[in-house]
Unconditional design. Structure first.
Length: 292
């Protein structure tokens, strides 16, 4: 198996071995984007997913970290393969939350495949790799890709149970290419959880319109404490608040969820917590509640 990594601090895993998988799925990048985690089988046995996890870069506790949005798969043009669709949307879609951004240039097509051992191969055009990134942004960009495609593969049921997913990146079909001006892709990428935001909201989505009942859910790292949510009106006045009761998931994260009954109108939903160093971490979304 072809390997992928980046030099120096970007080397995230050892090279795999085995035959190179064929790139079975391609998808055109559209400016729209896929969304969360229901799956179904297609007539030819492929796994179709209606929601795709796409990762973006945003600020958390004074540093840039990775945040996840679930996007509707139906928004992706010709979504033959969910991994290719998610990668294409990562490059060309606009994040729903204006606090997020991508570190990639939009491209027309992306190829993707998975091997029986859990290696994901992604083939990107050379123009996807921006030349204006500094070293930290390069690392974040590669991790943005690694998180997006491995999370999508897991969501779509395309990874063997218990496998440690890794990502091989080809450039215009070629391995071992130099990208971002100085980084050679000569080994596999694996997601680095240390670059994930400590806290984020999955629901509500940015600019969501909800009928009467508003669902609030998200995830926090186990180290995040004292999580609370608030709902405020457009004037900043708090209309509801509570403790985000975290339920450990056994993977270093905890989930939280609440159902809120609100009068129709625009709101800002915010979740806030404290990280291991005592710093404040947060995420927020603008939403509107409409009559049910």
């Amino acid at each position: 198996m072809l390997a992928l990594s980046a030099v120096g601090a970007l080397v995230l895993g050892a090279c795999g071995t085995g035959p190179e998988p064929a790139l079975e799925g391609t998808v055109s990048a559209s400016g729209a984007a896929p969304a969360a985690s229901t799956t179904a089988s297609t007539a030819d046995g492929r796994v179709a997913t209606t929601k795709l996890p796409v990762y973006w870069v945003g600020r958390a506790d004074g540093e840039e970290r990775l945040f996840r949005e679930f996007r509707d798969a139906s928004e992706a043009a010709a979504a033959v393969d969910p991994i290719a669709a998610a990668a294409a949307l990562m490059t060309g879609a606009t994040p729903e939350d204006p606090d997020y951004r991508t570190l990639w240039s939009p491209v027309d097509r992306v190829g993707a495949s998975t091997s029986p051992g859990g290696t994901i191969t992604v083939d990107l055009p050379s123009e996807a790799f921006r030349p204006d990134l500094d070293d930290r942004e390069v690392r974040l960009a590669l991790q943005q890709l690694a998180h997006t495609v491995t999370a999508t593969a897991a969501t779509a049921g395309l990874l063997p149970e218990g496998s440690a997913a890794e990502v091989v990146v080809l450039v215009d079909g070629r391995p071992d290419e130099e990208v971002f001006g100085s980084v050679r892709l000569d080994g596999p990428l694996r997601p680095d959880e240390a670059l994930e935001a400590p806290l984020w909201l999955d629901e509500p989505r940015q600019d969501e319109r909800s009928e009467g009942t508003l669902t609030l859910s998200g995830r926090a790292l186990d180290e995040v404490r004292d999580c609370r949510w608030t709902v405020a009106g457009p004037d900043g006045e708090r209309v509801s608040s509570g403790t985000a009761d975290e339920v450990p998931r056994g993977d270093g994260t905890a989930g939280f969820r609440a159902e809120l009954e609100l009068e129709p109108g625009p709101y800002v939903v915010t979740v806030v917590g404290r990280d291991a160093e005592g710093g404040t971490v947060r995420d927020d979304k603008d939403v509107e509640v409409v009559p049910g």
